[in-house]
Structure formats: structure tokens, C-alpha cells
Write a protein that binds this ligand. Structure first.
Ligand code: SF4
Length: 414
């Protein structure tokens, strides 16, 4: 059974906006965002990072616009960027206007620190006249003090109220080219805030758990919040906020959407068994070797590395391609069908070779080209391993006999 997007709650349809060439909301695919960590004034360094982020899966990249040098940098970055660029604005209205002058594809305003109504409306007017969207980026950590006080803290209701007030200013000047985020570092608060935002607004929602921290905990927090909402049909664009190379954020975002079936697989999906007492190889080492050998070859397939031939091919029968270890040999399988048996030391090379042929020729052609003896050889290896280890790795038969002997001894008349 294909447990993917069709098994999730239907996506809530929001108003669609365009961030440069990327559509957000409506029935557009959920997009991935990340943010550069370079000084935006460093045009070459920032562009290098933008290219790396785009290659890792980012559809939209945000850069800070915090001074005149950054705004000038944006003007030079824009025409050379492979993806739309959003300028991140805090505190300074003139930086928002300068970013618009630079030609950015979107702005992010934080209502918590750009507070004067006349300034907010001025930016909205300028963005309206240029057709540039704005994200109302509410953040629990920098909520407007009045709202914080009114709600007794950064509650989900307070975050949504902050967005609603900002929207009211925008609406006063006829601006509705908007997406909204209501981020918090608490996963539970963030989930509740987005659920409420989803009931309150029909604008697209940008999901994220803010300040999630370094991986792996940051990845777990980001995934817990973002995936929960996406599974409920909430969310149009996502960003992981990790204390790490932003390439990891972009990669995680893309991988999450692919795992949920919300985006087509663009790259390799390597799965591997967790290994157990049956494993005939060091599964972790072989999986790492396979990942390194296959990554970067642009192979949009699922590849399985399994520790034993007894259970491996069956457990990974949904994978496009896989290898299972047994008796110093590897069983290469396509969709669970054994196609070749290779020496243990050739396992990874055979996997790479078959992966490339699979992409070039397709599953049916590669199944037709299988080694006709492979199935028989594989069966022999499997039988030999079962013989050696038995189906019962816990040796239950011997243990039960020993238990019975002990009980009989204790029950015997003294
Ligand atoms: S595939 Fe084999 S080695 Fe891997 S977890 Fe399953 S039984 Fe254990």
C-alpha cells in the first residue's frame, strides 16, 4: 500500500501568492525555505550558499537585510540567484524599502519589532505597488509587549492576534499579498498556534519551529511540529530552523516532504535495516559506504541495505533496489526479486552499477536481464543460514528443554 500524501488529511486550500517564480498556497506543492548565514553584503559568499541551498532542496532562500551594504548586496545577488530571494527585516523600515528597491521577491516583517503603524502601512503600500508579497513573521520570542501582556504570555492566541493586527494595517492600504507564520520554540505551542491560524486566516501558512537548536534534537523538534501540521493538511511552505549549516535545513525540509509524499523524490532515499543478531555484515558501515557511493549521482530511487538474506529481501520488497548480506555474498534484489548474487566485497559496487542501469533501462528491463541462477543460489544461501542459525535466534527449543529439566528436578520427590 502506498502510504503517502493520499493518506494524509486533505490539504487545506489557501489563497495563492507568488514569491518570484514559486507559487505558495492554493494547490501549489509545499515549498522548502532556508536562510543564508553569510553577510548579505558578501555577494559571492552569499551566492555560493544560495546555490548550495538550492541544490539541497530549497525552493526559496531568505537573506538578512540589516544595513545598506546588505541591500546593495541583494541588488547584485537577485539577478544571479537560482531561486527567489526574500529579505528578512527587523526594526528598520528603511531596510524594508531598500530591499524592495533592490528588487527582492518577498519581504519578511516581524510585527514584534517593526511596530509603528504608519511605517507598516508604508511598506505594505510599496510592496503592493510592486506586486511583492510579505510574510507576517510572528515569533513567540519577540512578540509585541502589549500583546504579551494582554494574553499573559506568548500563547497560541497571542501569536495569532499579532498576525491579525498586522493584517489589519495591510488591509487598510488594500494589501493582501500575504503569507503568515506563527512560530514558537515550543512544539506544542507552535502546533496549537498554526491550528488556530489555519481556522482564522485563508492566507498561506509558512511552518516552522523556531530556534529548534542543533541536530539531532533540532531536527526532531522541527519534524514533530511541521510533520504533525502537514499531516493535518495545514501548511504551504516550511523551514527547519537549525543551529547548523543551512544546507542541512534545506535537505531536511526536502526529505520531510518526500517522506510524506508531498513532493516527488528528487534524490536518493537510502533505507537500511537496524541490524540484529542475524546480520551477516556490518550494516552501518555498508549503508554508509553505499550512501557515499550513490549520493550525488542524482538517482531518484529507494535503495535498501539489509543485514541478512533471511529477512532482508522480503522486508525491503517495496524498495526499488536493495542488497542483503549472507554467507560472504550479497543478494541484489529489485522490488524484492533476486537478480544477482555477488561477492561480499563487491556489494556496494554492484549496487551502484545496478542503480544506474535501473534508472537508464527501467524495472521491467532489469528484471528481464536477471541472472537466471541467482534465485537458486540465493535460496541455497538462505537455507544454509537458516540451518546454521535456525529460524529461532534465541534457541527457544533448547531453552524450553532446559526449563522443563529444571522444573522436573525441583518437582521430583526429595
Ligand atoms: S534484515 Fe536481517 S539483519 Fe537486518 S534487522 Fe532484519 S533480521 Fe536483522
Amino acid at each position: 500500500m502506498d502510504v503517502t500524501a493520499s493518506s494524509l488529511s486533505p490539504r487545506r486550500v489557501t489563497k495563492q501568492i507568488a514569491v518570484g517564480s514559486v507559487l505558495v498556497g492554493g494547490n501549489a506543492p509545499v515549498s522548502v525555505q532556508s536562510m543564508t548565514t553569510t553577510k548579505t553584503a558578501d555577494v559571492e559568499g552569499t551566492l555560493q550558499q544560495i546555490y548550495a541551498l538550492a541544490a539541497a532542496g530549497a525552493d526559496i532562500v531568505r537573506c538578512t537585510c540589516n544595513d545598506a551594504g546588505a541591500a546593495e548586496g541583494l541588488a547584485q545577488i537577485l539577478p544571479r540567484s537560482p531561486v527567489p530571494i526574500v529579505a528578512d527585516i527587523h526594526f528598520h523600515v528603511e531596510m524594508a524599502l531598500a530591499a524592495l528597491d533592490a528588487g527582492v521577491n518577498g519581504l519578511r516583517l516581524n510585527p514584534g519589532n517593526l511596530r509603528k503603524p504608519e511605517e507598516i502601512k508604508l511598506v505594505a503600500q510599496e510592496a503592493r505597488d510592486r506586486g511583492v508579497p510579505i510574510r507576517i513573521g510572528v515569533n513567540a520570542g519577540s512578540l509585541h509587549p502589549d500583546i504579551y501582556e494582554r494574553f499573559g504570555g506568548a500563547t497560541p492566541e497571542a501569536l495569532v492576534e499579532s498576525a491579525r493586527l498586522e493584517l489589519a494595517y495591510f488591509e487598510e492600504v488594500g494589501f493582501d499579498n500575504v503569507k503568515i507564520s506563527v512560530k514558537a520554540s515550543s512544539v506544542a505551542t507552535m502546533i496549537a498556534a498554526y491550528r488556530l491560524a489555519s481556522e482564522t486566516f485563508d492566507y498561506p501558512l509558512h511552518l516552522g519551529v523556531t530556534e529548534a537548536g542543533p541536530p539531532p534534537a533540532g531536527l526532531v523538534k522541527g519534524t514533530a511540529g511541521i510533520a504533525t501540521l502537514l499531516a493535518e493538511g495545514i501548511g504551504d511552505t516550511i523551514r527547519y530552523s537549525l543551529t547548523a549549516d543551512p544546507v542541512e535545513e534545506a535537505r531536511a525540509g526536502r526529505q520531510l516532504l518526500e517522506a510524506l509524499g508531498l513532493r516527488e523524490r528528487k534524490g536518493l532515499d537510502l533505507i537500511a535495516c537496524p541490524s540484529c543478531g542475524r546480520a551477516e555484515v556490518d550494516v552501518i558501515a555498508v549503508a554508509k559506504e553505499a550512501q557515499a557511493a550513490l549520493e550525488g549521482r542524482n538517482l531518484p530511487i529507494q535503495v535498501a541495505v539489509m543485514g541478512c538474506v533471511v529477512n532482508g529481501p522480503g522486508e525491503a520488497r517495496h524498495a526499488d533496489l536493495g542488497i542483503a548480506a549472507g554467507k560472504k555474498r550479497g543478494h541484489l534484489f529489485i522490488r524484492g526479486e533476486i537478480v544477482r548474487v555477488v561477492k561480499e566485497e563487491d556489494m556496494v559496487a554492484a549496487l551502484v552499477d545496478e542503480a544506474e542501469k535501473l534508472i537508464a533501462e527501467g524495472v521491467d528491463a532489469r528484471l528481464a536481464a536477471r541472472d537466471l541462477n541467482a534465485q537458486k543460489e540465493a535460496e541455497a544461501d538462505r537455507a544454509a543460514l537458516l540451518d546454521a542459525k535456525g529460524l529461532d535466534v534465541n534457541h527457544a527449543g533448547e531453552r524450553i528443554a532446559e526449563i522443563r529439566r529444571r522444573i522436573e528436578k525441583e518437582d521430583a520427590p526429595k
